[in-house]
Design a protein around this ligand. Structure first.
Ligand SMILES: Nc1nc2c(ncn2[C@@H]2O[C@H](COP(=O)(O)OP(=O)(O)OP(=O)(O)O)[C@@H](O)[C@H]2O)c(=O)[nH]1
Ligand SMILES: [Mg+2]
Length: 698
């Protein structure tokens, strides 16, 4: 492929709910542009962007992937992203290196949970959004209903710029409301396009829709508004220029009509992408200058080199592949560049252009372009690289906190080290997973955004790194706390032959607000406990409280104040005071009315309204508290807080209760007390685990 300058480049991310057809759409765009010879299908595992074995097997995109096409002399970098809730961190990252979001919406389901999530990401970044209403060939597909759901959720500025010709299985083309032309497509999926006049039968609808569009465009611009009032309409030039401006200002969101599977409406969409989306040269990249102040960097070839790594792919053989955006300057193969974030030198091998998994060596990439490089020494997702005097860095990305942890164990003994290395690589690729050892049980814990996220990670471990692991049932991170203020006493005294041990302390224990964790206050006057032994008391309490009292979970949200004590000139030692602290803590716990805390999740469920009653009943039976309910066209959104322990089986239930038409999103909210009738079960489970862990230790 030729070298492109910023003005000739368009970077877009395909984002939207899972199953809306993003990958299929990428495939159709690549095919129509001649970037590939074969029209790849998701269902046959032959698309460019779902190349990963795991993605092919599951028929879902699991990671952001890059592909490139040329259209009307422009280079379009397309990033296909996952739509499943567990994997949205990648959609967010992809949006950061794009000048516009292509929001793909299923014409049958309308706006769904992930649609709203990705919309809010784009909104935060003030990113222009182009909406593609896809799957219009399906039964029950509807432009009207879908636009209604968009206006209800995403905002009233979503406006069709096309109308479909034919409905459901007869969908065969689109009317362009700006140019008032009809485009129909061959039924064989070849994408062969015929331009014609607007069919008579649709002329009335088209005029009405065009008038509505004109009004919206006029509203977005004071000067146009005046013209509109004078002339009662806008000329075609005014309309298209006004639309482009409103789109780039992210005040108007045009809706396009497609069937990605049947290759209908794809070419007009490609035209729109290169026409409407800003070039990188027109949208300076936000970051921080060398003085630490917020700044932007214009995509100019003449400026010092700065590039930003937005994604890393872990390949067991090729090493890590760093996907970057050239922010300014020109990056060349075999260059030596500075990792500005880590203050380290890196040597580039070949600069790579990516077409899904296919890598092509290119001599250089210019400002605004997207590309990749393999095998950097110590560069990670979120790092800025460039000339020593680049003078610009991009603040690192925030990744979502894990919401669920599973204990894993290797199937064959001795594989633990292998898991460690592989997990480190996988975490490079997906920083929203965690891998560590449980402090209490010493088990290996894998945490992520949900069950599916964990399963996919385990599958990657197997396929890419040849390590098999067993997944144990998920662990709820319970906590304990106290509910009463108490005074307590601990004395450790032992006389064994000559040298004895003596430590003695009085403490007060009192509850603190949720989230306060642990506080230790030294309130000793007059040296009742010598200064050097007070930290030992704290240490004894710290160690013990992390091991739990009723259960094996840490005791949190309380304050300990040491008030008094006594010591012995010869027999007192750090160890003795540590033990005294431990005894005092246990004494206090026995009267401080301890209770168990559990994590509570914020849950948002999205489903066709017919299911609302059943779904609320189900959430109630999971000890959920409904906090809100909203209708979005034909769909209902239920918001609730539900204990994490009750959500472990939710995915399956929701799917079976709604025939797969419901979706949900959850994130951690806060800790709350577990009702007392559930204590016994948690205590005995945790004791059993402690027993197991003890055996392992021995
Ligand atoms: N009938 C019809 N099916 C489509 C269309 N577009 C996609 N599909 C099918 O819908 C399913 C999902 O398509 P994908 O392209 O994988 O959807 P996605 O948005 O990439 O989904 P995730 O990767 O999970 O986020 C596949 O079975 C596609 O063949 C379309 O326009 N019409
Ligand atoms: Mg996909």
């Amino acid at each position: 492929m030729r070298v492109f300058d910023a003005a000739g480049i368009r970077n877009v991310a395909l984002v939207g709910h899972s199953g809306s057809g993003k990958t299929q759409l990428a495939s159709a765009l690549l095919f129509d542009a001649g970037a590939v010879n074969r029209f790849g299908k998701v269902d046959e595992g032959t698309t460019v962007t779902d190349y990963d074995e795991e993605a092919i097997a599951r028929k879902h995109t699991l990671s952001a992937t890059l592909a490139t096409l040329e259209w009307n002399k422009y280079k379009v970098n397309l990033i296909d992203t996952p739509g499943m809730g567990n994997f949205l961190a990648d959609a967010q990252a992809a949006l950061r290196v794009s000048e516009a979001a292509v929001i793909v919406v299923d014409a049958v389901g309308g706006v769904q949970v992930s649609t709203e999530k990705v919309w809010s990401y784009a909104e935060e970044a003030q990113l222009p959004r182009l909406i593609v209403l896809n799957r219009l060939d399906r039964e029950r597909a509807s432009l009207e209903r879908s636009v209604e759901s968009m206006r209800a959720t995403l905002g009233r500025n979503c406006v069709p710029v096309q109308l479909p010709i034919g409905q459901e299985k007869d969908f065969k083309g689109v009317i362009d409301l700006v140019g008032m032309k009809a485009y129909t497509f061959a039924a064989d999926g070849s994408g062969k396009m015929t331009e014609g006049a607007v069919p008579d039968a649709l002329a009335g609808n088209a005029k009405e829709a065009r008038d509505a569009l004109i009004e919206m465009v006029a509203e977005a611009d004071d000067a146009l508004m005046e013209k509109f009032f004078e002339a009662g309409t806008l000329t075609q030039e005014e309309l298209s220029a006004g639309l482009a401006r409103a789109f780039r200002a992210a005040t108007l969101f045009p809706v396009f009509c497609t069937s990605a599977l049947h290759n209908i409406g794809i070419q007009p969409l490609a035209d729109a992408i290169v026409t409407y989306v800003a070039s990188p040269a027109d949208r300076p990249f936000p970051g921080v200058n060398s003085a630490g102040k917020e700044a932007t960097r214009a995509a100019a070839d003449g400026a010092p080199l700065a590039l930003w790594v937005w994604k890393t792919v872990a390949d067991p053989f090729a090493g890590s592949i760093s996907l970057f955006r050239v922010l300014s300057g020109i990056v060349k193969s075999d260059a030596t560049v500075q990792n500005v974030t880590r203050d380290q030198q890196e040597r580039f091998g070949h600069v790579l252009a990516l077409q899904g998994k296919t890598q092509t060596h290119v001599p250089e990439l210019h400002a605004g372009d997207l590309g990749a490089v393999a095998k950097l020494k110590d560069t990670h997702t979120g790092d800025t690289l460039g000339d020593r005097n680049a003078g610009f860095t991009v603040p690192s990305m925030k990744f979502p906190e894990p919401v669920l942890a599973y204990a894993i164990e290797p199937k064959s003994r001795g594989d633990e080290d292998k898991i460690g290395t592989a997990m480190q690589r996988l975490r490079e690729e997906d920083p929203s997973i965690r891998y560590d050892r449980d402090a209490q049980t010493h088990e290996l814990l894998l945490s992520g955004q949900g069950q599916l996220h964990i399963e996919v990670t385990v599958a990657k471990l197997r396929r890419r790194f040849g390590v098999e692991v067993n997944l144990k049932p998920p662990r709820i991170p319970y906590r304990e706390t106290i509910t009463a203020k108490v005074e307590a006493h601990g004395r450790h005294k032992k006389q064994t032959g000559g040298h004895g041990q003596f430590g003695d302390c009085h403490i007060t224990m009192e509850p603190l607000p949720r989230g306060a964790d642990f506080e230790f206050v030294n309130d000793i006057f007059g040296g009742a406990i010598p200064r050097q032994f007070v930290p030992a008391v704290e240490k004894g309490i710290q160690e013990t409280r992390l091991r739990g009292y009723l259960t094996t979970y840490p005791v949190v949200d309380f304050r300990v104040t040491v008030t008094d004590g006594s010591y012995h000139q010869v027999d007192s030692s750090e160890m003795a005071f540590k033990l005294a602290g431990r005894l005092a803590f246990r004494d206090g716990m026995s009267r401080a009315k301890p209770t168990i805390l559990e994590p509570i999740m914020n849950v948002e469920v999205y489903a066709p309204s017919d299911f609302a009653g059943d779904l609320m009943g189900d959430l109630n039976s999971r000890r959920g508290r409904i906090s809100g309910m909203d209708t979005r066209g034909a769909a209902t959104v239920i918001k609730a807080t539900v204990p994490m322990a009750e959500m472990l089986t939710y995915e399956q239930t929701l799917t079976s209760n709604t025939g797969g038409r419901g979706s949900y999103h959850m994130e951690f909210s806060h800790y709350d007390e577990v009702p007392s009738h559930l204590h016994a079960k948690i205590i005995s489970q945790s004791k059993a685990e402690r027993g197991e862990a003890k055996e392992e230790e021995e």
